[in-house]
Design a binder for this molecule. Structure first.
Ligand code: ZN
Length: 275
């Protein structure tokens, strides 16, 4: 039988289970990796199909995530040093609702590059004052923060992409990553829901990947900034929420509260170059 190798640590892998999308999911045997993956993704497997009019999709997302995006921006600005003009890179920008929010609040104080594999998306970006780029060579300056939100699981070759990203980074640049984790039990994650996902990272496998290309290890944390506030909550509940937020003890997804520590819903964190 043909040997299977983990695309992250190159240790031996094995067949694990058939996912709800009827894909064969493989798992790395290395206990310090445990990466889940598809063996032979199709050529354009990772690319999300989109509405012909991206504005509709983008507006809908803005409605749902606009307030969340604002909190995410606050978090980013806390982490990067104050500048006259910020340089951001939205990697895998899709319908660009996140960068639209950022641009609305930062205006001329930010230059926001948007890189997206689906070329149909690019023509919409200038409408929102965002800069479309088809590859990183088009960026001739160092970026303050690159955000890859729910993107890395779509990449056929994440190692190559991360190596490329280093070209637009210096010692102060930050990379913000989020991805739904891979577990054996499909019910604990939405990683297997999307048929365009190729990789299902564990904290160990994501850090193995980062370390192998010269990034620092991430201490994964739960960030309330990743989740929209429930809109129909009462005033009292909102106050309680903000008090909890203040003490950094909050995590919005109550259903998964119990499993929060053992089975986080997202792997999220910041990393920098190991220099
Ligand atoms: Zn592995």
């Amino acid at each position: 039988m043909k040997k299977i190798f983990c695309p992250i640590c190159f240790d031996e892998g094995k067949f694990s289970f058939i996912s709800k999308n009827n894909y064969k999911i493989y798992n790395c045997k290395n206990k310090k990796c445990k990466h889940y993956f598809l063996l032979e993704p199709k050529k354009e497997q990772g690319i999300h199909k989109r509405n012909n009019d991206l504005t509709i999709e983008s507006d809908q997302n803005l409605k749902e995530y606009g307030e969340r995006n604002k909190r995410l921006l606050k978090l980013f600005l806390k982490k990067i040093s104050r500048r006259k003009k910020y340089k951001f890179l939205d990697f895998g920008s899709g319908c660009a609702h996140i960068s639209r929010t950022f641009k609305t609040y930062l205006g001329n104080k930010a230059k926001i590059y948007c890189l997206e594999a689906n070329h149909k998306c690019r023509k919409f970006y200038p409408r929102w004052d965002l800069i479309p780029v088809s590859n990183l060579e088009n960026i001739e300056e160092k970026i303050d923060i690159i955000y890859m939100i729910e993107v890395i699981e779509h990449l056929k070759n994440p190692k190559e992409i991360l190596l490329n990203l280093k070209k637009v980074m210096d010692k102060n640049s930050l990379l913000f990553l989020s991805t739904p984790p891979g577990y054996y039990d499909e019910k604990l994650t939405n990683a297997y829901d999307n048929p365009t996902h190729i990789h299902f990272f564990t904290p160990e496998s994501l850090n193995n990947l980062l370390r192998s290309v010269g990034f620092k290890k991430i201490s994964f944390d739960s960030f309330s900034e990743m989740y929209p506030l429930k809109t129909k909550i009462s005033f009292v509940k909102k106050i309680i929420y903000y008090i909890k937020l203040f003490f950094k003890k909050t995590f919005i997804n109550t259903q998964r509260k119990y499993y929060k520590k053992k089975y986080p819903f997202h792997l999220v964190g910041f990393t920098k170059l190991e220099i």
